[in-house]
Design a binder for this molecule. Sequence first.
Ligand code: PMP
Length: 403
Amino acid sequence: MSLPNLFASRISGMKASEIRELLKLLDQPDIISFAGGIPDPALFPVDAFQAAMAKALGGGNHALSLQYSASEGYLPLRQWIVGEMAKLGVPCEAGNILITSGSQQALDYLGKLFLSPGDTALVGWPTYLGALGAFNAYEPRYDRLQPGGNRSVQDYAAAAAPGRVKFAYLSVDFANPTGVTLSQTEREQVLDLAEGLDCAVIEDAAYQSLRYDGASIPPILALEVARKGDINACRTIYCGSFSKTLSPGLRIGWVCAAKSVVNQMVLLKQAGDLHTATLNQMAIAEVANGDFDEHLEKLRGLYRSRRDRMLAALETHMPAGVEWTKPEGGMFVWVTLPKGMDGAKLLEQALKTEKVAFVPGGAFFADGSGANTLRLNFSSPSQQAIDEGIARLGRVLTAALVP
Ligand code: PMP
């Protein structure tokens, strides 16, 4: 008997990434790792969560917090999100919001909602690895989304035949993995393309609140609402998350979109996990209604200083020919090495000789290209670790570049 022979065809697209397996070995204390992508636990508002959990469980509230609840999500939390979306230029109602178990679940459900095998998803080259992981289960083809590029709507449509383009997925602010932010013009261009192709736009706003400098740019959904005057006429589906601001472990994210999309996703949610953990939603709502802005300021202050430290260290230690992005927020800097260099091989070298780690960039490309790229995380390591780790990385790259 071989049960794997019985697995559905969709499973063949779901592979453990070799890099992730390798990165699991990084727990040794003397390794400096820029490979993570997680918030600094020192910034979790633990006191506020303790009080919020106590409130949600006390005074008879357990009858609500420990009980099954609505698939759409906890209403006070959805209402708080309505207020936040309004600040971003997206007037909407609670009926436009679905609470998900992290924004990752939203990506899975959106793959399930839109993709039949052979349909095309437009994604960046590179893009968020977890989005590819979520979509792969629905057996799509991928094409490269290049906002402002010179490909026509007809060209994108022809490349998708005999299937069709169902959506363009993109991370708009300080993207994972590149740290790059889409300009307002590029956001408008994505909308124009989606109009031309008559496809959806999945706007991944996981890092939206983590801006350290520069002026904020309206979400694609806000630009579309400005065009159409009504969120229920919009093709953009906005995915938000509390993971980068409050806690990834509580697994709370949301979708803000036209009711026609939200209502269908509610059915997927009912079939998938009934609803997001009630207690966690109540705790997040309580903490979000507290000193959230003050908390965000603290978070931004610390991450900004780490970002600055990393950019300064790169300037000091990188050999000629190496380039990197200068993100206005988020958690990542993206490094491009001279052509022909291989990030995966360099990682082996870096671990062995200098005990420094990063994520080789190739895994973020749907077409398997991008071997000469790396992703560096600056939200987890301390400033001292950043200085020392980038110096080590500089030595590894200098040694690899000198013949
Ligand atoms: N989108 C992006 C771009 C991310 O980087 C992440 C987390 N790494 C997610 C979505 C998923 O986050 P969560 O499910 O914790 O909300």
